[in-house]
Design a protein around this ligand. Structure first.
Ligand code: 0O2
Length: 222
């Protein structure tokens, strides 16, 4: 994971006035540390649910979990896109995806079980839910996105931090990673629209497969 500390080291090494750089960077470094702690909290909550679920039901609801902190350059780009001043308050109040967790499940059903269990924990505030599984994007993108607030307990304060949790199946994740490449390579492609059409077809096939596999799993468990 990229931490704010990594950036400051690079900046310090290239600066003629490292003390000043450090002073200016400190609030941002603190903010990133808070997000890092929030990621740890949510990751632990999900791992606890996974462990308990595995013991009770003899299977894991998720296959893997990936945490990431948004890179400082991406934060700057997003703030510019939103035409906002680069203040700590503005970053915290306007960006909801600085701390991101991707939870990869085998079956769509497990996505809803896990997200429900996480959402109903009494220290979690669900800020927003975007269900691109029940309502896929026109390009075929499917995932369940939750923005949640989780408290982090520091030495002298308790702070609620926002974390974006994306739930997907393995197949949805496979699809999204190829689609992500399309987003970045679009301008250099001869026929991006043909690739987009093909990807949409794949999304439909993958959806059918996800539900068929789930049906088989349920039959096996009967
Ligand atoms: P990255 O590089 O993955 O972080 P917001 O973030 O709220 O300002 P938006 O678009 O309303 O913007 O949020 P939304 O729809 O919840 O999407 C947020 C993230 O979901 C994206 O982050 C992607 O990670 C993922 N996502 C959304 N739509 C698509 C899609 O069509 N294809 C793929 N592959 N991923 C998607 P970022 O910041 O755009 O990108």
């Amino acid at each position: 994971m990229d931490t704010a500390t990594d950036i400051s080291v690079e900046l310090l090494m290239n600066s003629e006035n490292p003390e000043e750089v450090l002073r200016n960077m400190q609030p941002f470094i603190n903010l990133m540390m808070y997000y890092e702690c929030a990621l740890m909290e949510i990751e632990t909550k999900l791992k606890v649910l996974n462990t308990e679920f595995a013991l009770r039901n003899n299977r894991n609801p998720f296959e893997s979990i990936k945490c990431r902190l948004k890179k400082p350059i991406s934060i700057v780009e997003k703030m510019r896109k939103k035409k906002l001043d680069m203040t700590i308050d503005n970053i915290e109040n306007n960006l909801t995806d600085i701390a991101g967790i991707r939870v990869i499940c085998s079956f769509p059903e497990d996505i809803y079980i896990l997200s429900e269990l996480l959402s109903k924990q009494d220290d979690i505030n669900v800020v927003c839910v975007k269900d691109y599984i029940r309502n896929p994007k026109p390009n075929g993108y499917r995932s369940l996105h939750l923005i949640v607030e989780v408290p982090i307990f520091l030495s002298d304060e308790k702070r609620y931090m926002k974390v974006e949790v994306q739930f997907r199946t393995i197949a949805m994740d496979f699809w999204a990673s190829l689609d992500h490449k399309l987003k970045y390579k679009k301008d250099n492609l001869k026929h991006p629209e043909i690739i987009a059409q093909e990807l949409k077809k794949c999304a439909d096939t993958i959806t059918a497969m996800d539900y068929k596999m789930q049906e088989i799993r349920n039959m096996l468990e009967e």
